[in-house]
Design a protein around this ligand. Structure first.
Ligand SMILES: Nc1nc2c(c(=O)[nH]1)N[C@H]1C(S)=C(S)[C@@H](COP(=O)(O)O)O[C@H]1N2
Ligand SMILES: [Mo]
Length: 321
């Protein structure tokens, strides 16, 4: 079966991205959706079971950031979530996050910077070229997924505001919409959800500002309209639906450290040798492999040691968990 193109476009005149985008639009109009996408051709391999309800977010694959493992299905990535603002059940975010208001949206960057500034989401979408990167996400609950994110290195944004010499840490505050977030009524965490990184971690090229997944804009349950992804740390470090970024001199207090400092540390680097007080971190369940599949060995720094171990030279990673 050949590639289906919108009838009015001459293939020689357009880029693959434009074809992909216009083709998606056309398929949606034509009501063909996933069936026709299964034909292959210009669509990425993952388009076969694509969710057509989200807009495309064109990006260029960055081959520096890929994994041998097959990405987790789009269905699992978007239906098995942690987003406690919407409840603690894995399907609560999918069920309730649709009500979150994601436009208009701004991100305020403040603190120890020469040029504090409020960025509109549309300016952030245009700030740097969008890249497709495939990262493993390892949750502290000892499961993992392989996620094709769309976004760019967070450093592209942080450089814009010119951090001062006093800037040692970067704090991320995420959205609070009490009328749309039933989980805020539960006192599990001290809302809003706050996470933070040391500045060298935040500036590391692996640390990604994420706007999409599977070639499309983020679904609300995965942290629309923007979240971070820090692949060598447990998933809770990667705050969703960010509204404020603050540079500080002192190490910020974070939601999970505040909730249980003996269980969740500031660094939270994936470390198979340091168990959580209530369970081992030596192995992980890979979501989508089936309940009876053997657990996989967890790797130090979630497999990203070559890139990031140097950031922690001389530190005792048992104490700084
Ligand atoms: N605002 C906010 N961000 C959050 C969370 C949350 O509850 N609220 N959960 C974290 C945890 S524990 C994980 S494992 C990841 C899950 O991301 P995903 O649902 O996109 O896979 O989001 C992180 N970011
Ligand atoms: Mo997590």
């Amino acid at each position: 079966m050949s590639v289906i193109l919108p009838p009015s476009i001459a293939p020689s005149e357009i880029t693959p991205e434009e074809i992909w985008q216009s083709r998606r639009r056309w398929l949606r109009l034509a009501g063909l959706g996933a069936v026709a996408l299964g034909a292959g051709g210009l669509a990425p391999a993952w388009a076969a079971n694509a969710d057509e309800s989200r807009d495309a977010l064109p990006a260029t694959a960055n081959s520096d950031y890929r994994l041998a493992d097959k990405p987790t299905s789009e269905k699992d990535i978007t239906s098995y979530n942690n987003f406690y603002e919407f409840g603690t059940g894995k399907t609560d975010p999918m069920e309730y996050a649709g009500d979150m208001v994601i436009r208009p949206w701004t991100v305020s960057i403040e603190g120890e910077v020469a040029k504090p500034r409020v960025f509109d989401i549309d300016d952030l979408l245009a700030l740097a070229p969008m890249e497709d990167r495939i990262y493993r996400l390892r949750c502290v609950e000892a499961w993992s997924m392989v996620i094709p994110w769309v976004g760019y290195s967070l450093s592209n944004l942080l450089k814009q505001v010119e951090p001062t010499g006093n800037a040692k840490f970067v704090e991320f505050t995420t959205a609070m919409q009490p009328e749309h977030m039933p989980g805020l009524r539960a006192g599990i965490l001290d809302w809003p959800y706050v996470e933070a990184l040391r500045i060298d971690e935040a500036m590391h090229p692996l640390t990604m500002l994420v706007f999409g997944l599977y070639g499309k804009v983020l679904p609300n349950q995965n942290g629309a309209p923007l979240r971070v992804a820090i692949p060598w740390k447990y998933g809770f470090k990667s705050g969703k639906s960010i509204v404020r970024i603050r540079f500080t001199e002192k190490m910020p207090m974070t939601s999970w450290v505040k909730a249980a400092a003996n269980e969740y540390g500031f660094f939270a680097n994936v470390n198979p040798d340091v168990p959580h007080p209530r369970w081992s971190q030596a192995t992980e369940r890979r979501i989508g492999e089936g309940f009876f599949a053997p657990r996989a060995k967890t790797l130090p720094f979630n497999g990203y040691g070559e890139q990031v171990a140097g950031l922690y030279q001389g530190m005792d990673l048992r104490r700084n968990y």
